[in-house]
Design a protein. Structure first.
Ligand code: ADP
Length: 245
């Protein structure tokens, strides 16, 4: 069995005596697509903040591959191959889709390596591959300003893919999307997972069902239930605290 990509064990975060995370454990395998759901205040954002180093846990282990993330700051963690997509897209409106993606690609260090890389057409090939992966090829030359809400979100996911992350963290990717856009996003994340691992925090249960993978339900800072969407939706503890049925 391969080692997990992401490993959280016994993680607690305390803000002024309040436990935002309470003995949280989460294991994500290579290529896995994991949905994390839970009511407001369950600790989903704090969990993402702990993984990216924005918040330091007061107890517990947080590992990405062989790296102990509790020993690293946010800037160091950002170089390890963890991409995070926040809810609000940060694309450049004045630039085309192609240019936004090009800009997101980090050129190799050093003028010679950089020149060789530019001449090789490697950057263009990477942009074209990501256009294809995100379904944005037909919009490549359009300015980001005229994209639909969904397309802007996919562009931002594409910008993260340009950096070739091993783990992608996405925060409520389908908020405000049409049903069709939601479906496209589920298909996109399913495509991305496999070569990478994805953790998606989401409220929309239909979307989580469309992802069709393992679901973790958080409540009061720890894991309440874990398994398939059918398993967690029928778990009496989940029904009681989250679904309110
Ligand atoms: P979710 O993303 O699931 O809605 P959060 O992780 O944002 O939950 O918050 C978990 C709990 O921690 C909430 O009760 C929230 O009020 C509290 N919390 C989050 N950040 C802070 C902070 N910086 N200071 C104090 N309390 C916080």
């Amino acid at each position: 069995m391969s080692a997990p990509v992401l490993y959280l064990d016994g993680v607690s975060v305390v803000f002024d005596g309040f436990r935002a995370l309470d003995n949280l454990s989460l294991v994500v395998e290579p290529g896995e697509l994991r949905a994390v759901i839970g009511p407001n205040g369950a600790g989903k954002t704090t969990m993402m903040d702990v993984i990216t180093g924005k918040t330091r846990p007061s107890a517990g282990q947080v590992r990405f591959r062989d790296h102990d993330l509790t020993r690293l700051d946010e800037a160091a963690i950002a170089t390890l191959g963890i991409g995070r997509k926040f809810q609000k897209p940060t694309v450049f409106d004045a630039l085309t889709v192609f240019e936004n993606l090009e800009l997101a690609l980090k050129a190799p260090r050093g003028p010679l390596a950089c020149l060789r890389w530019a001449l090789s057409g490697e950057a263009r090939r990477r942009v074209e591959a990501v256009l294809d992966e995100t379904g944005l090829s037909a919009r490549a030359q359009d300015r980001a300003a005229i994209l639909s809400h969904g397309q802007r979100q996919w562009l931002e996911i594409g910008m993260l893919l340009m950096q070739d992350p091993e783990l992608l963290l996405v925060d409520e990717p389908v908020a405000g999307m049409t049903d069709q856009e939601t479906e496209h996003t589920a298909a996109l994340l399913r495509r991305i997972a496999g070569t990478r691992s994805v953790v998606a925090v989401e409220h929309d249960l239909e979307f989580v069902r469309a992802l069709g993978r393992r679901v973790t339900v958080l409540h009061e800072g720890s894991v309440l239930s874990e398994g398939s969407i059918d398993h967690v939706q029928n778990d009496p503890r989940v029904v009681e605290v989250y679904l309110g049925r």
